[in-house]
Structures are given as C-alpha cells and as structure tokens.
Design a protein around this ligand. Structure first.
Ligand code: FES
Length: 76
C-alpha cells in the first residue's frame, strides 16, 4: 500500500465490479431482505452489491468517509 489514493490517478469510480458491462445495475427483491441489508457505495466490495467492510480500507487510504446504505424493515 503506497498510501496514495488511487482515485487521484484513476478517474473512474468503478475499477472492479463487472467491468464488461456498460452499466452496473442490481435488482434486489425486497422480499429477499430478511431484516436489514447493507449495500456497497464505495465500489470496492468483494461481495457486491453488499458491503463487506472494504470501505474502511479505502477511507484510511484516501482520508474519505464512504459507507454503505443500510436498508431495513420497519419493526411491526
Ligand atoms: Fe463498499 Fe462498504 S464495502 S460501502
């Protein structure tokens, strides 16, 4: 790890997820979310589209503050 933010060098946001697709779109059926799910917004997850904590390394490397969007069901 050189400590250099790669985003300063590479203009793309996505350099990892399904690079062969013109647009990365994920459809999640709300019925498949049991209680809550965290979705990646940093494009670095190895478990896309879910957050796997990889944003933490990015944030350290780039002094950034990225995190997931968490979708949860209302308690009934
Ligand atoms: Fe991307 Fe957590 S791994 S937001």
């Amino acid at each position: 790890n050189s400590g250099i933010c790669r985003r300063k060098i590479i203009k793309r946001v996505n350099n990892k997820i399904r690079m062969d697709e013109a647009k990365v779109v994920d459809m999640i059926d709300i019925e498949d979310i049991s209680e809550k799910a965290a979705f990646c917004r940093c494009w670095k997850s190895k478990n896309w589209p879910y957050c796997d904590g990889s944003h933490g390394e990015h944030n350290k490397e780039c002094n950034d503050n990225l995190g997931p969007v968490v979708v949860s069901r209302k308690q009934k």
